[in-house]
Design a protein around this ligand. Sequence first.
Ligand code: DQA
Length: 149
Amino acid sequence: MKILVLHGPNLNLLGKREPGIYGRTTLEEINAQLLALAKELNVELKIVQSNHEGVIVDEIQQAARDCQGILINPAAYTHTSVAIRDALAAVNLPAVEIHLSNIHAREEFRRVSLTAPVVTAQICGLGADGYLWGLRALVRIVRQESKIK
Ligand code: DQA
């Protein structure tokens, strides 16, 4: 089983970026934790971070060809991108949306997620741990759906 892990804009700055909101864990540390968990779960990961909406759309489309699930933090595009929402809806793969912060407890504009209605589940407010819970959940969902081991 192969899972696409997609990190959206500005997440490359994690660790330094507004640590009071997003924590001090860097993206490299999150990715290392995800890779360790993936090894334990016996799944393969493709990890991509991009600040560009079109690249994220391209990666989602490519996932339909070579991945069985998507773990995505669309970051600011969560609140604005019809294109990313449409790509997720089009590929129709199990997908879990992650946010480090609790977007529902923040500014009004962050409380709306354009992507949430087209993914399987949303996890927010658990910081970096949310990615690990999300990967565990996604692998269970894909295994249940497809019986892939
Ligand atoms: C975020 C929340 C978004 O509102 C914000 O634009 C981000 C990160 C989160 O992980 O909490 O860049 O997706």
